[in-house]
Design a protein. Structure first.
Length: 134
């Protein structure tokens, strides 16, 4: 469905034309994969509200999560709100979006969404979600 500047790819899962929400699977260029949101609308919300979502899957949490991005883009809160309104997406907090991301990412392995390359040994993707050390 889409690529990203980090070399990853987003895939919309499930049958086309279905009335059900179709989750989005992200695969990176390093052989990792994760379900990220439950629908295309949530994928847009994720990218807008939590631009450093990759770091969240690697175990980063606020306040470190998004800190570098916000330092480089201090106008992000205003831009975020304008984008959500223009796309008619509901307002969402960073905490809400992070919680949905982590819940969805945790389903990746149990629900069988980790892709693999047929006929190639050791060609399965690894899960991206890493829980932070307590």
């Amino acid at each position: 469905m889409a690529g990203c500047n980090a070399g990853g790819t987003h895939y919309l899962c499930g049958p086309a034309g279905s009335d059900r929400a179709r989750p989005v699977l992200y695969t990176d260029s390093e052989g990792q994969a994760s379900l990220i949101p439950e629908s295309l609308a949530e994928a847009l919300t994720l990218a807008i509200v939590l631009p450093s979502w990759h770091d969240a899957l690697a175990g980063y949490r606020p306040p470190a999560l998004n800190a570098d991005y916000l330092e480089d883009n201090p106008d992000h809160p205003e831009v975020r709100d304008r984008l959500l309104a223009a796309l008619r997406l509901p307002q969402a907090t960073e905490a809400e979006v992070l919680a949905r991301l982590l819940t969805t990412a945790a389903r990746t392995v149990p629900d069988g969404f980790l892709p693999s390359v047929e006929g190639e040994d050791d060609a399965a993707f690894e899960p991206m979600l890493r829980l932070p050390a307590e």
